[in-house]
Design a protein around this ligand. Structure first.
Ligand SMILES: [Zn+2]
Length: 416
């Protein structure tokens, strides 16, 4: 299903007509910025090469180390200061500002959804690049490096410091642990604005979709399917729970979803299982709806357990364990929030028709903390994200890199 889009071209026209500018204290001349935009376009073939190179370093969930080392080296080569890998495994490098402007974090996630051993060779066919992760998020990572190169090449100075972060744990069970660590420890209290570059396309994500994820494990004594017949069965209990979940009703607006994503368990065809589990994902643009769904879900699991235990007149009873394995907070930023306007302004400068959307990204964490944050796409056109057949069409992809540069400059010139 398409994410909800709000077309705001009309708003942009109004804003431009009124002549408001987000660059009142611009330290860099417009000639410098023009040069940076031209440079970004000129090096786009090299950016695409780097995108492919990054993608050929496997970065499975919780195993982003090799990729983080690549970024530490690139940050050093590109002259960033205080280059390091933090306690969570994020690669970090800083470009100090000339005065006391806002501290902006520009981040791109390192991890893919693909398990260890997935072939990561990138195939290229003219404008098309194919490989797992090529858009999400090798594109975001490559664009981040292109921005540093353009700033270096043109000597653009920003008022505040820009901190570049290649972060871990954005996908799946990573549960945003890299960015959580940034905001809770590594850069706690120091970040004024946060921009994530994530995936292909030209959208702006200003609303954070929250999620709750659970692993639910039913357990019992188990036994022979014939000899021990008559005791409650964990797999039957799980089936009852799934049947209840499958009949949930969730609103279209705010978009709210549920999914049993994985099940596993059992011993053999002729055994009553002693254990079985499922993983469940629930999401919503609204915290209220998410909590409602969460309560319904817990009630369904409890009822399934009771029904299975009551069905058999057996001294043996099943137990259930409901473990929270993911908790991403929700939040929303107004279309007239300065950071959103800064991104819209960049679109207007480049003649891109702005589209605001919602998603579950690294920005969820700062948004939930009240720190202005957006996630922007890295340009080009992506297909098949999170699949082995993922592809990236690089036709005019330089536009995404140019926009990311302008958004970064616009945001770093916002007043505190
Ligand atoms: Zn991503």
């Amino acid at each position: 299903m398409r994410p909800i889009l709000i077309l705001i071209a009309a708003f942009m026209l109004t804003a431009s007509a009124q002549g408001y500018s987000l660059l009142p204290d611009q330290l860099s001349s417009s000639a410098q910025i023009d040069r940076a935009l031209k440079y970004i376009k000129a090096i786009e073939p090299e950016t695409l090469d780097e995108q492919a190179r990054i993608c050929e370093i496997a970065a499975p969930p919780f195993k982003e180390r090799e990729s983080a080392l690549y970024f530490r080296r690139r940050f050093e080569e590109l002259g960033l200061k205080n280059v390091r890998i933090d306690g969570a495994g994020n690669a970090i490098g800083e470009r100090p500002g000339a005065s006391d402007g806002p501290v902006v974090v520009l981040a791109a996630h390192l991890d893919t959804v693909f398990p260890e051993g997935t072939p990561v060779k990138v195939m290229r066919d003219e404008a098309m690049l194919k490989g797992p992760g090529i858009g999400d998020n090798c594109r975001g990572l490559a664009v981040m490096l292109a921005i540093i190169r353009a700033l270096n090449e043109t000597g653009i100075t920003t008022s505040g410091t820009i901190i570049f972060v290649a972060d871990v744990g954005e996908e799946g069970l990573g549960d945003l642990r890299g960015v959580r660590h940034l905001f809770n420890e590594e850069l706690k209290g120091k970040i004024d604005y946060f921009i994530a570059i994530d995936g292909a396309g030209l959208e702006i994500t200003n609303r954070a979709v929250g999620s709750h994820r659970y692993r639910v494990t039913f357990r019992g004594p188990g036994g022979h399917s014939f000899g021990a017949f008559g005791m409650p069965n964990p797999i039957h209990a799980l089936g009852r729970a799934i049947e209840k979940v499958s009949r949930f009703k969730a609103p279209d607006r705010p978009k709210t979803t549920f999914n049993v994503g994985r099940i596993e368990g059992g011993t053999s065809v002729n055994s009553i299982a002693h254990t079985v589990w499922m993983e469940v994902d629930m999401r919503s643009e609204s915290a209220v709806e998410l909590n409602k769904l969460d309560a319904q879900f817990k009630e369904a699991v409890r009822a399934a357990l009771d029904e299975e235990n009551r069905f058999w007149e057996s001294p043996h009873k099943l137990t259930v364990d409901v473990e929270l394995i993911g908790d991403r907070p929700t939040g929303e930023q107004a279309t007239d929030a300065p950071i959103v306007k800064a991104a819209l302004e960049a679109d207007a400068q480049l003649g891109i028709k702005s589209r605001l959307t919602s998603g579950s990204t690294d920005s969820n964490i700062p948004i939930s903390l009240g720190i202005p944050a957006i996630t922007i796409d890295g340009g080009g056109r992506g297909r098949g994200a999170h699949s082995l057949a993922e592809s990236f069409d690089s036709t005019d992809s330089h536009l995404g890199a140019q926009r990311a540069l302008l958004v970064t400059l616009n945001v770093s010139n916002l007043k505190l």
